[in-house]
Design a protein around this ligand. Structure first.
Ligand code: MRU
Length: 366
């Protein structure tokens, strides 16, 4: 995507002339998502520990981007030490950084299998090559999701009498959550670029506000009309005919089509179901966990620091980014980061292979 006329991906290797370091050594560039939309800053990560911190603190976030970051984390690790033991230890450390998005495990396992069969001297180059391949594939997959989703939007909007086609989305499943294009936002970019009149309801997505800060920023940079709403407003808008479709991303989808996504997704799915509004999840294949069937019992839901609920961060009038407490000092808070939307509430899953009813997901990838 372009930011002020410069093309960016969310993650990239840095080498040679771009890097203050020695030619042969790579580091990794990321966009620091913790300070968006107030500041756009690029960070250079030089070792595995820095990558793990970036994943844990959500400087990089979103399931597909977490996968790409883990792949580059493995490359940074191998650059330091190519031994089996070090690869094993690094994989373990990465796997513990964020538990819910399956893309992380998928990418780490893929890097391990590529490296395991190679002699030591070939491992460093192969690791950087494989991480780059994972990123290229992610971009292609998301582009295809965009095209399949576009067809859905076109078909649904043909029956629509409103001036604009209104889509509600939750959290940030845009290009910032992937290497490029996004998952839930890929069809939205495709529809806008095809000249359709669309308008997006952006859930703020407490506690970290990925909707209000990241989705709104992305859509604004692309010139897509959007309105930020509080997380509690979606049901009301649905009851009043102001939502034509819901599209969300996913952090892990079971083989039976249960969708685990950012906390609050389930409530949107319930409200959409009650109001007969189509509810789609945009899901790249690395987000599908073929090993599990029951999302409610088989997926570990990340519990994040309660301070994310008790405090909010924003831009103060003096231009500094500040964090302030919004809850009483003595009150406890709880912060589950994801929830599970059962397949029965999901109208369809948009994948790179096409759109399917959740119960037919397996057949689509056979
Ligand atoms: O906690 P985050 O910001 O990593 O969670 C992100 C989401 O839940 C996204 O909706 C999901 O990863 C889909 S990403 C394309």
């Amino acid at each position: 995507m372009k930011i002020d006329e410069k093309v960016y991906r969310t993650i990239w290797p840095i080498t040679g002339a771009d890097s203050p370091k020695n030619d042969a050594i790579f580091s990794v560039g990321i966009i620091d998502q913790t300070i968006l939309p107030h500041r756009f800053e690029v960070k250079e990560l030089t070792n595995l520990d820095e990558m793990i911190v970036a994943i844990k603190t959500m400087q990089v976030r979103g399931a597909p981007l977490i996968g790409a970051a883990a792949a580059y984390g493995m490359a940074l690790a191998v650059q330091e030490n190519v031994s089996d033991l070090h690869i094993e230890k690094s994989a373990k450390a990465l796997l513990q950084s964020r538990p819910t998005a399956i893309n992380l495990r998928w990418a780490v396992n893929r890097m391990q299998s590529v490296l395991a069969v190679l002699p030591s001297e070939a491992r460093n180059q192969a690791a950087w090559r494989e991480a780059a391949l994972i990123c290229d594939e992610d971009e292609q997959i998301n582009h295809a999701i965009g095209q399949h989703g576009l067809a859905l939007i076109q078909a649904a909007s043909a029956k629509n009498t409103n001036e604009s086609f209104n889509i509600l989305t939750h959290c940030n499943a845009g290009w910032l959550a992937t290497v490029d294009w996004g998952t839930a936002l890929a069809p939205i970019y495709a529809a806008h670029d095809a000249g359709m009149s669309i308008h997006i309801w952006v859930d703020e997505t407490r506690p970290r506000n990925q909707g209000a800060s990241l989705t709104a920023w992305e859509l604004g940079k692309h010139g897509i009309p959007h309105t930020i709403i509080s997380d509690n407003a979606g049901g009301h808008l649905m009851q009043h005919g102001q939502v034509d479709m819901v599209i969300v991303g996913a952090d892990r989808v079971t083989s039976t089509g249960d969708v685990c996504n950012k906390i609050g997704t389930y409530l949107k799915a319930l409200a959409a179901f009650d109001n007969n509004i189509p509810f789609y999840a945009a899901v790249p294949s690395p987000t599908i966990d073929w090993t599990i069937k029951d999302g409610r019992s088989d997926i570990e839901i990340e519990m994040r620091d309660a301070d994310e609920v008790s405090y909010v961060t924003g831009l103060a009038s003096d231009g500094t980014i500040q964090t302030v407490r919004v809850t009483p000092e003595q009150s406890h808070a709880l912060n589950p980061a994801f929830d599970l939307t059962p397949a029965r509430l999901v109208t369809g899953i948009i994948t790179e292979r096409g759109v399917t009813n959740p119960s037919n997901l397996k057949q689509l990838f056979r």
